[in-house]
Ligand binder design. Sequence first.
Ligand code: ARG
Length: 566
Amino acid sequence: MKSYKEIITELLVASDIGLAYDEILETIEIPPDNAMGDYAFPCFKLAKIKRNSPVNIAKDLSETISKPQGIAKIINQGPYLNFFIDRTDIVKTVIENVKEKGDKYGSSDIGKGKNAIVEYSSTNIAKPFHIGHIRSTVIGNVIKNLYKFTGYNTTSINYLGDHGTQFGMMIAAYKLWGDDDKINENPIKELLKLYVDYNELANQDPEKMDDARRWFSELESGNPEAVKLWEWFKEISLGEFNRVYDMLGVEFDSYNGESFSSQFIDDVIKELRDKNLLEMSDGAEIINLEDEGLPNMIVIKSDGSSTYITRDIATALYRKREYDFHKNIYVVGSQQILHFQQLKACLKKMGYEWADDCIHVPFGMVSLKDQTLSTRRGQVVFLEDVLNKAVEKTEEIINERNPNLENKDEVAKQVGIGAVIFQELFSNRIKDYVFDWDNTLNYDGETGPYVQYTIARANSILERAGKINNEAIDYSLIISDSEFELASTIYNLPQKILDAVEKYEPSYVTRQLVEIASAFNSFYNACPILNAESDIKNARLELVSCTASVLRSGLKLLGIESPNKM
Ligand code: ARG
């Protein structure tokens, strides 16, 4: 399905106006008031080229261009060439398309034959899955869904933080204070306590830090006791994380994390040495990135151990070999922007042009009013608690609004968790934001529950209507402003999906779903449906069914379920 912008652009290209396709496409605007037209092409650029006034040019074009199917009228208004969409055509196109494609409406095959890796969540073993991690998990999951939906062959990877000196610390702490029963009972909270307490101890007594380092090198060299403890920490941590992933409906194809990459470190170092990229600096070996305007990066520490970035180089090389990716997408917070710049610069220095296919997708921080999210101080808000609280609060809301609802528990889960996910995806990802319960769960705001409620409302209309007679629908009966507006918002969704893929920005889709829901509610208020005269009723019911279908599959793309009733 072509967008109207594309249709208009092709028309102007075919009319030989003297501008290239892309130039025209990006010039087309949407007028502030649809009485002026649905799309407008400003003629200022042409005026310069043709040395004529933009008003004259717009007037000439409006008289000479013949309108294609889908365009009802072309007029000039001052320096603008304005296009009026054929409303019947748009309503018909939308309804027929949604009916034909069902939950695949908006999908495409632009990614056919291409592999995309999406790395997200990347939690750290023996550390809590806190509310700060939700962003990577949720945004990454949607980017993966969007890539799949547009035809890419996707692989989702949870790059576990399961390597580094902190594991030496964990082991040293365990040797001092570890209590298996307590740990088994409450794994992350206990492991976190061990880590926090040991940190404090090491602050007072630096020798304790040496013990930790020693345990880490034991771990690296395969000391069975150290390896066994590390594996155990990993297993119980993943057990905890998986509970949260289940609640969020998130899955991974691979959990290959930092420790997995350590098997390739020696090869990487050798390659860097062979390519003359290593320099000594204070006993450590570094890659000099001065000419890139970036800080130098340490590849091997003075004690011989690898660093976070060395493991990332090894991982990128492995991923290229293993998956031959078209894109290798890292959904990681904006604190690591510099890290990924260095990683790319280094891969480039190694001679890998595909470094440009490694894409860091950063996002801003989330905070809870008045609370910090630092692990070191042990003041952490656990994501699982937030999700449980969302479900509880939703149960309260349901008991108030609709106490006799069937399947209350299930609905409260879908709505409560859906609300948290939706909130995460609503703002531009790069913005920091403060998590706020009232916004998140508001049934009347720009929220998940609002969209879900709109679906339930549409379902209830359809249920009351019974079987729709959808033979010979007369689409010209449903072209009033609110009907046309609703059809247009649905019409624009596929383009928003493509934009979201191109810019790694789920909020394009999230916002469009709110647009559709709110256009539906205006339509619902403006147009009687079940009480309308039979032909009109049938046509409107088609629009209702179409809206329900598109909103439901749209939420599914975002990883959100929608209850039939709420
Ligand atoms: N585990 C890291 C953290 O929690 C994120 C890992 C990011 N991914 C990467 N390839 N470096 O901060």
